[in-house]
Design a protein around this ligand. Structure first.
Ligand code: AP5
Length: 222
């Protein structure tokens, strides 16, 4: 049976950092809608052209565009062992669409892990975040610096600061995307008994250990 998981949390909570590791260790497809959108912007596709300004001001990209993009991604063969969803679903409409897609494949979400952390710590993390141009590898100038300034350890590409990692945009993303849009999604999954909370304010290694414990527990319940 495929293992389908959702990581939820405010911007900068560390979802991408943990998702990349978990997906590779557990053989799951890491689907990060933010990474997919930034690739579309870089490639100048119609989706990228529509999404660019929306993302830069910290708003959500419209549901119909996101759902279509996700539907196509879910049809790729690497999703068969399971998916680790990072940044999707973010609205009730996306959650309902996801349920329908998984039902059609005779699959279901096994767990929703919610990363909990305060806004001020998020601003600190995102203000210092640097991302590599080639593959979105994530660094932090203080908490996870690259070996050479401005260069990705993994592929040697340039590190840059995302447009939406400015303090005013971070606050908009937190309020509109997390406090307003995500709350009903969490309640929906809580109603199905799928939600586990994780203390994401801890250092990376401790977050990793807590997350591993939650995922190992799922395996034992299955
Ligand atoms: P997206 O790219 O998904 O952004 P996000 O959800 O806001 O998440 P982030 O990538 O900012 O944070 P993260 O939790 O992954 O943190 P990270 O691991 O990098 O989306 C971007 C935009 O796309 C959205 O604003 C929206 O416009 C659009 N979009 C995407 N999906 C959409 C959808 N489904 N519907 C509509 N629109 C959508 O860590 C952050 C920093 O902290 C890093 O520097 C890292 O090194 C550091 N760090 C990580 N963990 C720790 C730790 N434990 N201690 C100290 N530092 C840490």
């Amino acid at each position: 049976m495929p293992l389908d998981l959702i990581l939820m949390g405010p911007p900068g909570a560390g979802k991408g950092t943990q998702a990349a590791r978990i997906a590779s260790e557990r053989g799951l497809a890491h689907i990060a809608t933010g990474d997919m959108l930034r690739a579309a912007v870089r490639d100048g596709t119609p989706l990228g052209q529509e999404a660019e300004a929306i993302m830069a001001r910290g708003d959500l990209v419209p549901d119909d565009l996101i759902i279509a993009m996700f539907r196509e991604r879910l049809s790729a063969p690497d999703t068969e062992p399971g998916v680790l969803l990072d940044g999707f679903p973010r609205t009730s409409a996306q959650a309902e669409a996801l349920d329908g897609m998984l039902e059609g494949l005779d699959r279901h979400i096994a767990s929703v892990i919610v990363f909990e952390i305060e806004l001020e710590e998020l601003v600190r993390r995102l203000s210092g975040r640097r991302v590599c141009r080639a593959s979105e590898h994530v660094y932090h100038v203080d908490f996870h610096p690259p070996k050479a300034d401005g260069v990705c350890d993994e592929d040697g590409s340039e590190l840059y600061q995302r447009d939406d990692d400015q303090p005013d945009v971070i606050r908009t993303r937190f309020q509109k995307q997390w406090v307003e849009a995500a709350a009903p999604v969490i309640e929906y999954y809580r109603g199905h008994g799928l939600v586990s909370n994780l203390d994401a304010a801890q250092p990376r290694e401790q977050v990793a250990a807590e997350l591993d414990g939650l995922l190992d527990g799922l395996g034992q319940r299955a």
